[in-house]
Design a protein around this ligand. Structure first.
Ligand code: PAF
Length: 281
């Protein structure tokens, strides 16, 4: 497995793979890999001949008061996991390699980015779209794999690829949970044992909401969100949002809605977790 730190080396590797007629898959990550990421790498290995995992804690998607400095990092462990899982290469640049000091171009999605996480993280998706565009230009993938855990991100990336005509297929791979039901996240590392127990209220309440909507349809959305609020608040969660929206538009569901996204962001202590569920209606 190759490790590249420089944009030019990564691009040379990718161009060479293309010359050899190989299909390239990219798995963009911020490292500190868990089973959720590994499932994306597995999917990438099924889709392509060459699998590139990018490991880059992207500073431009963190707000000034967010956890950029303490975001967990363990490159050696990530490297071993990527190798064991069959990745062909890791792209792990320094921030200075990715961003010129006088950079002045951003990729900004203007609609979906204003919803859900965008309300409390106003610059987040601009940073994500910008870095993912750069990763696409550096790794030259035919296909890129994102996790359903970041449902809003996946939707925005698909919109970006459509609107900017990136010749790349976007695959969204299912959300992976721990046996307890907790959605896998690098940020779970911040939780104390007690907070981890409390955080189980997220998946539990999503299941309750799913049952309510399965029984009574769209008309149960409001009551389902209220039931989730009650359960999560009882478990000491500080709710940023819980919303039940049309999964393709992130607008309020209408009679044209065929799939709902119930998405939430909740803080336990200082740790902000996200989770979601898709429900066909
Ligand atoms: O989902 C993530 O880990 C990040 O947002 C991504 C896509 C790697 C961009 O930095």
């Amino acid at each position: 497995m190759e490790i590249f730190r420089k944009v030019s080396d990564m691009q040379a590797f990718a161009k060479n793979a293309i010359r050899e007629g190989k299909k390239i898959a990219l798995v963009p990550t911020m490292g500190f890999l868990h089973e959720g990421h590994l499932s994306l790498i597995d999917r990438a290995c099924k889709e392509a001949d060459v699998v590139i995992v990018s490991i880059f804690v992207n500073p431009t998607q963190f707000g000034p008061t967010e956890d950029l400095d303490k975001y967990p990092r363990d490159f050696q462990r990530d490297k071993d996991l990527c190798e064991a899982r069959g990745a062909s290469a890791i792209f792990a640049p320094e921030p200075s390699e990715m961003y010129a000091p006088d950079r002045s171009i951003w990729v900004d999605e203007e609609k979906l980015s204003k919803k859900l996480c965008g309300k409390s993280r106003p610059i987040h998706f601009r940073g994500v779209c910008t870095v993912v565009s750069k990763l696409f230009n550096i790794c030259l993938p035919d296909v890129a794999i994102f996790g359903q855990k970041d449902a809003q991100q996946a939707l925005i990336i698909k919109r970006m690829v459509r609107d900017l005509n990136f010749p790349i297929e976007i695959i969204v791979s299912p959300l992976i949970r721990e046996a307890s039901g907790l959605a896998m996240s690098s940020r779970n590392k911040y939780l104390t044992a007690e907070q981890k127990e409390d955080a189980l209220s997220l998946s539990r309440s999503l299941k309750t909401a799913e049952k309510m909507i399965a029984k009574d349809g769209l008309s149960a959305c409001g009551a389902a969100v209220e039931a989730m609020r009650a359960e999560i608040t009882t478990c000491n969660g500080e709710i940023d949002y819980i919303e039940c929206l049309d999964s393709s538009t992130l607008e309020e569901p209408t009679d044209k809605t065929t799939e709902l996204l119930i998405a939430l962001a909740v803080k336990f202590g200082t740790t902000r977790l996200i989770d979601n569920i898709l429900i066909g209606v």
